[in-house]
Design a protein around this ligand. Structure first.
Ligand code: CP3
Length: 366
């Protein structure tokens, strides 16, 4: 991370209305902004990937009445779900309740949920003409329901809790779009990348444009930072990571031009130099590697986020969750730019007492 970027993003954070500035001072939001900008904090901020969703009884109650699609497309409902984990656990950041697949949908490839679990795209992308048909401009017009939801969420957070926006990475979206939905093993995007680089690049370029426009819209709506989910980045051999995934994320980061801090979560990726080159403020680390190892392999001034094993939330006792949480906090003690999170999303079967133990351990860390 360059110093000029830190200064710029910090100025963006300070460009608050006076009323907002007062609310932000000494708040969870300020703690999160400071960590994102590599500044000292009283204790690391905490939020969890998939913090809103099926692990929460209050989410399941809403889900009995409405489909997932209805929840994400109805701003009042998306806002209510976003706020549920904040009310319950007092996390330092809320993340917009939506899905990475709304971008392909806004480009013309809609999806539905399979009865057997997982997602199904309306029709997989088969050839060049399917890629040519994808719309790359006007994505944010078709995602206006997200803008309305963000406005409602911001108003409710009142400047006291940070708000994160997000999108999928071009590589990860390409995998879902070519496979036609969830898959046991994603193979088609890699096949296209190997067989016909120009066609892959056309698709990744269109996705890069669409994701950039969508993230810019979220930033214009006032999110404090954005996370790019490269959930299948680690399926790539390290030698191909930059060409298939990294360079497209780097392009997004450079087009966002420091308007908001960027967190890149690339699950399973061990191509450290290529990861650092993306230029993100913070790298999300999965639980497949000790956090200390990831720290050693990334530049000293990179923010880090992660990486408690999500399986602890279902299988372990609260005392074990608290002990592991404390171990990570001790490891990162006195290191600027550390954000506590899991190594991947909260599992639907996570126990409430374990989430409570995690939140309380971070919040009481001195
Ligand atoms: O983190 C949050 O709390 C914000 C909301 C969020 C969801 N999906 C809600 C969701 C975010 C950030 C995502 C990202 C997402 N979506 C990713 C990347 C992150 C990751 O986990 O690696 C991916 C790969 C998707 C695609 C997706 N969404 C799939 C494959 C599925 C079906 C499988 C599943 O987990 O059910 C979804 C559905 C989905 N997205 C649910 C939620 C809460 C479950 C919907 C329900 O039945 O209620």
């Amino acid at each position: 991370m360059q110093d000029s970027l830190a200064v710029e993003t910090n100025q963006a954070a300070l460009a608050l209305k006076p009323s907002e500035q007062a609310a932000a001072r000494g708040s969870r939001r300020e703690r999160m902004l400071n960590a994102l900008n590599f500044l000292p904090v009283d204790r690391p901020p905490v939020w969890l990937m998939r913090q809103a969703g099926r692990c929460l009884p209050e989410y399941r109650a809403l889900r009995e009445k409405h489909s997932f699609r209805k929840l994400i497309r109805t701003p009042e409902l998306a806002a209510a779900v976003t706020l549920q984990p904040i009310s319950r656990f007092g996390f330092d950041a809320a993340i917009l309740f939506s899905d990475i697949l709304v971008v392909p949908e806004a480009m013309g490839q809609s999806f539905r949920f399979r009865d057997s679990g997982g997602v199904q795209m309306e029709s997989p992308i088969r050839d060049l003409s399917d890629i040519q048909k994808l719309l790359e401009v006007g994505v944010s017009d078709r995602l206006q329901y997200v803008a309305v939801a963000l406005e409602l969420i911001k108003r409710n957070l009142g400047g006291r809790t940070a708000l994160l926006g997000f999108a999928g990475s071009p590589w990860t979206l390409a995998n879902f779009m070519l496979e036609g939905g969830s898959a046991q093993k994603f193979v088609k995007a890699r096949e296209l990348f190997m067989r016909d680089r120009n066609t892959y690049n056309l698709l990744a370029g269109k996705l890069t444009a669409a994701v950039t426009e969508f993230l810019q819209m979220q930033i214009a709506c006032g999110v404090d930072a954005v996370q790019i989910f490269d959930s299948v980045g680690g399926d790539l051999p390290a030698s191909d990571f930059e060409a298939a995934s990294g360079r497209w994320m780097q392009s997004i980061v450079s087009k966002l031009n420091g308007q908001a801090p960027v967190i890149v979560y690339s699950k399973g990726t061990r191509a450290w130099d290529a990861l650092a080159k993306i230029g993100a403020n913070v790298i999300g680390v999965d639980h497949g590697i000790p956090l200390a190892d990831a720290e050693r392999r990334l530049p000293r001034d990179t923010g880090l986020q992660g990486n408690l094993d999500p399986a602890l939330l279902t299988g372990a006792e609260p005392a074990t969750v608290a002990a592991e949480t404390r171990r990570l906090l001790e490891l990162m003690r006195d290191r600027n730019g550390y954000i506590f999170n899991l190594g991947h999303g909260v599992p639907p079967s996570a126990k409430m007492e374990n989430l409570e133990a995690l939140a309380a351990t971070v919040q009481n860390f001195v």
